[in-house]
Design a protein around this ligand. Structure first.
Ligand SMILES: [Zn+2]
Length: 298
């Protein structure tokens, strides 16, 4: 009798707990894969474009990209399915790209003021690299300001009073800051002691702004005679320093991080200028199908 009288309650309890079990978890968010950027086939052996910028200005000349041409570089890269990654993402083969996209590693050398200039009211000057790109990124959120800046001890970016703020902004955007030595030293023209000082102090400077200084850029594209300073690291002032990668000045795209030829201390770059083997030349070749860039597979 007891068993039968309890049975309906037990069933109700089971039904409630079943209902409760099904109703409790919040609905699972639908994980949509990132939208495909182009219909190109994946190609992880393709090359990686690493453009190198110095100055920006109204007219284009040696080391200067014009405002219009920089804007055009952004537009063209975007339309061709390139998406920005940092040097760190690239050398570690951790490029977070949607399918069909190609990586582009924007690099800015020498931490010139026209790369990142603040106006007196604390807003970003629309007429500097960061300003032009920020404006573009506001209209194209999938092409954010994400670059690697190779700095010297000149502020960085020329304005001492805004240095901290600028570095905080770069960090917030996911940009990387790498070393270009304290005084843009020719590493073949100075002693090993002086090299260690130039390199070590620049790492300290970068770290003082809260960045990891793992990447290096050879000033003038000139490597030191003793490459173990890079590959094995060095000791300066009682501390060991070690860079994970280093880039050259150059005239061709860099090897895929998956390529057997990839060497992290020999990363090739292309100059952001309209001339031979510059960014325009390589984009034309890629567009014409004569050169195969890295393309993110599904
Ligand atoms: Zn330089």
């Amino acid at each position: 009798m007891k068993v039968w009288s309890r049975a309906p309650l037990l069933l109700v309890g089971l039904a409630l707990s079943k209902f409760g079990y099904e109703a409790t978890p919040p609905p699972m968010p639908v994980q949509r894969p990132p939208a495909r950027v182009t219909d190109r086939k994946g190609n992880v052996e393709g090359t990686v474009l690493v453009p190198m910028y110095h100055h920006i200005g109204s007219t284009e000349k040696y080391m200067f990209r014009s405002y219009a041409h920089f804007r055009n570089d952004l537009e063209r890269l975007y339309k061709m399915g390139f998406r920005p990654v940092t040097m760190r993402d690239y050398v570690n083969d951790k490029m977070d790209l949607p399918p069909g996209a190609s990586p582009v590693v924007f690099t800015f050398d020498d931490s010139h003021r026209d790369q990142f200039n603040m106006l007196d009211d604390g807003t970003v000057d629309p007429k500097c690299f960061v300003g032009v790109w920020s404006d573009f990124a506001a209209k194209h959120p999938d092409f954010p300001v994400k670059a690697t800046f190779y700095i010297n001890a000149n502020g960085p970016f020329g304005q001492k009073k805004w240095a901290q703020k600028k570095m905080e902004m770069l960090k917030q955007w996911g940009c990387q800051v790498g070393s270009h030595t304290m005084s843009h030293a020719n590493l073949k023209a100075i002693s090993a002691d002086k090299i260690r000082q130039e390199m070590g102090k620049c790492v300290d400077l970068i770290e003082s702004f809260g960045f990891k200084a793992d990447s290096f850029c050879y000033p003038y594209g000139i490597k030191p005679r003793d490459m173990s300073l890079l590959t094995k690291g060095f000791t300066f002032d009682g501390r060991h320093y070690k860079h994970t990668d280093a880039c050259l000045a150059g005239d061709q795209p860099a090897y895929s991080p998956k390529s057997k030829k990839f060497n992290p201390y020999n990363v090739a770059r292309v100059e952001a200028y309209p001339g031979d083997h510059g960014i325009v030349y390589w984009l034309n070749r890629i567009q014409d199908g004569k050169h195969k860039p890295y393309v993110q597979p599904d």
